[in-house]
Ligand binder design. Sequence first.
Ligand SMILES: Nc1nc2c(ncn2[C@@H]2O[C@H](COP(=O)(O)OP(=O)(O)O)[C@@H](O)[C@H]2O)c(=O)[nH]1
Ligand SMILES: [Mg+2]
Length: 342
Amino acid sequence: MACYGPTRMATAPPAVDSDASAEAGPIRRAGVVGLIGRTNVGKSTLLNRLLGEKLAIITPRPQTTRSRLLGVKRFGEAQLALVDSPGLHRAEGPGRTQLNRYMQKEALAVLAEVDVVLLITDIRQLLRQSSDDPPPAELPPGDRYVADHLLAAGKPAVLAINKIDLLRDRRLLLPLMEAWDKTLRPAAIVPISAAYGDGLERLVAELIPLLPEGPALFPEDMLTDRAERWLAAELVREQVFLATRQEVPYAAAVTVDDWQERTVGGRRVGVTIHATIHVEKPAQKKIVVGEGGRMVRHIGTRARAEIAKLLGCPVHLELFVRVDPRWSRTQAGLREMGYGGR
Ligand SMILES: Nc1nc2c(ncn2[C@@H]2O[C@H](COP(=O)(O)OP(=O)(O)O)[C@@H](O)[C@H]2O)c(=O)[nH]1
Ligand SMILES: [Mg+2]
């Protein structure tokens, strides 16, 4: 297909069938839904699943998502503007970088700006339990922190309990659901598996009545407010996160420095991208480059394939690795990497 702009792409089947007969009719409800929760609970996985597109990057590591990301999707007569956010956690104390504070500000801004909150948690604390154990009376501190912020924001909320595919005994869910209900009184609690698509129809059905009545907020063919360049930089960063360990992924940022398109008859047929992976120390650069450039080639090969899927045309990707000491610790450094000032 011809590729243009960050609009809808046919890369993955949607997890939730939109009612085809309603697609032609008017939008009657529309609103901004914020995906909020601890880090690593599956917010970005859920965003992509609901959209049926890979917009957000996902890794097994906490704090992969650094900035908010909007994805727009129609479900029947409703338009959901879904906003992914960094994981919410206490960002105080020594060792916290400016990047960390930026991420928390992003998450709190999402919470403040949205019409409805889609709060996400997972079943991590249930994995080592059996149904004979006494049920937990309290939410774990990380969830409690998120719940307190949500209570203070006073927004209507639906709670999704994610990763139920990992749970052998579903009866364990009941006490957890009760603890959440008591703490938060959400409009609904829906057990889901974002990875496998379970429970998402019901999740959407619970969200829609909470949206304000009214026409669409965004054009029908709009997928996201982020530029392709931003999405491409994220796809490089995803591969850095997947390929490196310890502090290296957290010291890395990616900028796109040059973007050249080849068109034939007005149709884009190829894109050449120059991007830089910024790290904070020479030792980190050595790791990202790898022996004889092996690591950066590996990152480049994987990222190129992902970017080509996103853009729907062949991509040539040139990667550079650069040391920018302390970029994550200063405001100027953050701005240079595209964090802040949006
Ligand atoms: N088993 C399982 N893993 C999931 C599910 N949803 C997300 N994950 C995994 O959890 C990790 C964190 O997911 P991510 O979407 O990046 O979480 P976020 O930090 O909240 O955005 C990744 O390894 C995902 O593959 C799920 O429904 N089931
Ligand atoms: Mg995320």
